[in-house]
Design a protein around this ligand. Structure first.
Ligand code: 26Q
Length: 835
């Protein structure tokens, strides 16, 4: 977009002074009608939900706008310290409901629409999820933004505006089929394009070294191919506090110059091709939740985010402070959401040195006082690496900066451990070999003043394992920040029934102070309260029954134990163990072992990375088992199993309120934290789980009696690998033998012979990294205990209440307070008042 400066801009200030908009049903209804009829030009012949949705979104958005501006003004006036959350993923889900909740207009909107004969729930269903993330890491970023706005912290999210988000999952003949998610097709009323803050990002070319007029050695990056980064801002409202923060997402666009060069050279098609290549950068989210090595476009995306965001922050700095960077580190910090934006370490150095002419020492001091890194994985194979060759081609100047960072770092290592060459090789940012690699985690650690894990166990294991050498060198850098989730979306919004019951009992202070849920504890002993709790749970289960019926054509009996596992499909998360248990239950029914049977409905949902063959095969197995079990008249209502397609934020909003039992069954030491486990707990589900990630802290909070524990510990897992013998384990367990016999006999793949051989082999392999067989017996026994507990409704309801009551720790409000106290040190800045 071309922006021409206005010759006389002095009246603009006055133009933006608008009267505050009403939050009552009447003014909301009036605005809605105006948007619907005038702005959108619809009338009585409009029969889709889309235009009512759009009219409502615009009505609500207007009410955010004034608060948004006043928040920005307050931050600018105070010239306060700010944090910038750099993340390749923000899994925001839907915005309308969240905006209404946080503005406090849910009742007014419901009433206003009702007066017009419309239903809020139906209209809100029109919004598609902003699915700009894979799973936990992306959703964590979204929950963080909600808590930062609620705590009134000057925080800005920086991400990528992918044209296509996480793929839509369809199930065909039991197989996952991926479809592109063109989420912007019908427009996005929540974003505001900001072409005035467009940045230019460099690629390719070469580094040139020269001396400045006064003799200083300098570097510049020349002959580059540039891409424009155009920001789109999305409002992030705090909970009823007037604050509206921003999420700024970059979209790639071609530069004119780039086109023109080709055009002048007489090759118009090539000039258009160049435009395409530029715009490809932000076309699609990579649908892997583990680092997939080597993909050039992914590195392009990562650098694009880092460079555009840092340039934006530096632009604002220079606008407000000129070229004096002495206070930059006092006023700014950057939190890296995993290593994905870790190019930022080298890019900040480059900007400060090459474009603002600071010397190395000053630039390094600023970089290492502003950058902090969060790790989200313990799997060594998931640590990000990029080939030096690719780096050199795409980001030559950045690679030189990284080499220099590494050389200076290794000098420090050599001082600490003289002569220890092995250690230097181990710790080097550059992994030597036939195809040398840049180790992004090491770059992030070296460039950061803080390195944190996301649950207590995870942070401990990082120090003892993956980052051991770095911990020895810089013990004080390492810390833990146990994850959380926002109770605004994950309880107050998604579970209005329970919200009302809780608030009736203890007031509504928990919405911004989740520890208050502790006050529910005594109510667990109140039979009347338990009855009401049970009633709410049953209503939520019915809503889940309807969803499963509509999407899977499986009818769940509402009285059954609802046993749910929803998350990315991954071997370490062990959906396979879950399905082995289902087969075991089926086997028990078939052989008539059904005395004291507890009816059970097993729901599984999640996406597999498109290239992850065994994960996709596990989806097929689940669907095949479901088909056999659900259609067997001997089974009837004793056992039902469904695979819900297209798991996403909005699906979880329906699933977690209706869940009785939350499956968190990863191999111990492999799940960094988990956050679905927290959403379930908050909504009164009881966990069956291993001592992994945040499960440990969940169990600590709720008490061992209210948690179904099984399985090896992380330590035992390590020891077990040495002489793991799944054959012997199966041999020694009759139930397990029968399960494996059913699998081997192709009972679930009668017309697809041999289909599951690789899955069967994986279970039988002494090299199975996930030790599925080792935990089978423990899991089956824990499930038996869960079933027994469920049979006693009063006991179960008590456990359910006590889980919700103990979930206070797992609010991102607590997580963010800890980040702020230990890492960010921001002051709370309320917005200017709305007039
Ligand atoms: C990296 C490079 C190239 C392509 C893809 C990726 C990539 C993308 C996404 C790597 C990892 C992810 C996502 C990881 C993730 O979601 N991790 C989860 O983070 C949660 C929040 O901390 C934890 O609760 C989970 O335990 C962890 O698995």
């Amino acid at each position: 977009m071309r922006l021409k400066p206005l010759q006389n801009s002095s009246p603009i200030a006055g133009l933006t002074e608008l009267p505050a908009l009403g939050l009552d049903a009447d003014s909301i209804g009036e605005d809605f009608r105006r948007y619907f009829g005038r702005t959108l030009g619809r009338d009585k012949r409009c029969h889709s939900t889309h235009y009512p949705y759009e009219a409502l979104a615009l009505t609500v958005r207007d009410r955010l706008m004034e608060r948004w501006k006043n928040t920005r003004y307050a931050y600018e006036e105070r010239d306060c310290r700010r944090m910038h959350y750099l993340s390749m993923e923000f899994l925001m889900g839907r915005s309308l409901g969240n905006a209404m909740l946080n503005l406090g207009v849910v009742d007014a909107v419901t009433q206003g629409l009702h007066d017009l004969g419309l239903e809020l729930e139906e209209i809100a269903e029109d919004e598609s999820d902003a699915g700009l993330g894979n799973g936990g890491l992306g959703r964590l970023a979204a929950c963080f933004l909600d808590s930062c706005a609620t705590l009134q912290l000057p925080v800005l999210g920086y991400g990528i505006r992918y044209e296509y988000g996480m793929f839509r999952q369809q199930i065909e003949n039991g197989y996952q089929v991926e479809e592109p998610d063109h989420w912007l097709r019908d427009g996005n009323p929540w974003e505001l394009e900001r072409p005035e803050f467009t940045q230019r990002v460099h690629f390719g070319g070469r580094a040139e070294y020269y001396r400045s007029d006064d003799g200083h050695p300098r570097a510049r990056w020349v002959d580059t191919h540039d891409v424009l980064a155009v920001p789109y801002d999305v409002p992030v409202p705090g909970y009823r506090n007037g604050t509206v923060n921003s999420l700024r997402m970059w979209q790639a666009a071609a530069t004119d110059v780039f086109d023109l060069d080709e055009f002048n050279a007489g090759s118009y098609p090539e000039s258009v091709a160049a435009k395409n290549a530029a715009e490809h950068i932000t076309m699609v989210l990579y649908p892997n939740d583990k680092s997939e090595n080597g993909k050039e476009l992914r590195l392009r995306q990562q650098y694009f985010l880092a460079s555009a965001s840092l340039k934006d922050v530096v632009r604002r700095w220079v606008r407000d402070h000129g070229e004096d960077f002495s206070q930059f580190a006092e006023k700014n910090c950057f939190q890296l959401n995993d290593t994905h934006p870790s190019c930022a370490v080298a890019e900040l150095m480059r900007l400060l040195m090459d474009e603002h002419f600071l010397g190395w020492e000053k630039a390094w001091d600023i970089t290492t006082r502003t950058t902090a890194y969060t790790n989200h994985t313990l799997l060594p194979e998931a640590l990000e690496k990029w080939s030096v060759r690719l780096f050199k081609q795409m980001l030559p100047r950045l690679l030189d900066v990284i080499y220099e960072i590494n050389a200076r770092f290794l000098t420090e290592v050599a001082k600490r451990w003289p002569g220890d060459v092995k250690r230097q090789q181990r710790m080097s940012i550059i992994e030597e070999g036939a195809d040398p690699q840049v180790r992004m985690a090491y770059l992030a650690i070296v460039g950061s003043y803080s390195v944190n894990g996301v649950a207590a166990l995870h942070s401990e294991l990082l120090k003892q394992g993956l980052f051991r050498d770095f911990y020895k060198l810089w013990p004080k850098k390492f810390n833990n920040k146990t994850n959380g989730v926002t109770q605004r979306r994950w309880l107050a919004w998604c579970n209005p029934g329970l919200t009302e019951l809780i608030s009736d009992a203890i007031g509504d202070g928990w919405v911004t102070d989740l520890e208050q849920l502790q006050r529910l504890r005594p109510y667990a002993n109140n039979a009347d309260f338990r009855a009401r709790w049970h009633e709410v749970k049953q209503a939520n289960k019915q809503r889940l029954v309807d969803l499963v019926q509509a999407e899977c054509h499986v009818l769940f009996p509402g009285d059954a134990l609802f046993d749910v596992q929803v998350k990315r499909i991954h071997e370490y998360k062990r959906q396979l163990l879950n399905i082995l248990h289902v087969i075991h239950l089926y086997d028990r029914i078939k052989r008539g072992d059904t005395a004291d049977w507890v009816q059970r409905c097993v729901l599984i949902s999640g996406k597999a990375a498109p290239g992850y063959a065994i994960a996709k095969l596990i989806i097929k197995l689940i669907n095949n088992v479901a088909k056999v079990v659900n259609s067997d008249p001997d089974v009837g209502d004793r056992l039902k199993i469904a695979f819900l397609p297209d798991y996403r934020v909005t699906a979880m909003e329906r699933i977690c309120p209706g869940t009785d039992l939350s499956e968190q069954i990863s191999t111990a030491g492999k799940e960094a934290s988990g956050t679905g486990n927290m959403k379930f707990m908050m909504n009164g589900a009881v966990t069956i789980g291993t001592l992994d990630g945040a499960n440990i802290e969940i169990r600590e909070q709720t008490g061992a009696d209210n948690f179904f524990l099984f399985g090896l510990t992380a330590q035992q897992v390590e020891a077990m690998h040495k002489d793991y013998d799944p054959g012997a384990i199966i041999e020694g367990d009759e139930d397990f033998q029968r399960v494996m016999q059913l699998l081997r006999s192709a009972h679930f793949n009668q017309f697809e012979f041999g289909l599951f051989d690789s899955v069967i082999d994986a279970i039988n392999s002494p090299h199975d990294p996930w030790l599925v067989a080792a935990d089978f017996r423990g899991f089956v026994d824990a499930q038996r205990r869960a079933g027994d507990a469920y049979r006693d409704r009063e006991r179960w309801t008590r456990m359910s209440i006590l889980n919700t009551a103990a979930s206070g720790k797992f609010s991102t409000d607590r997580t963010i307070r800890e980040y702020n106290d230990d890492i960010w040190n921001l002051e709370r800045v309320p917005p200017l008042p709305v007039k």
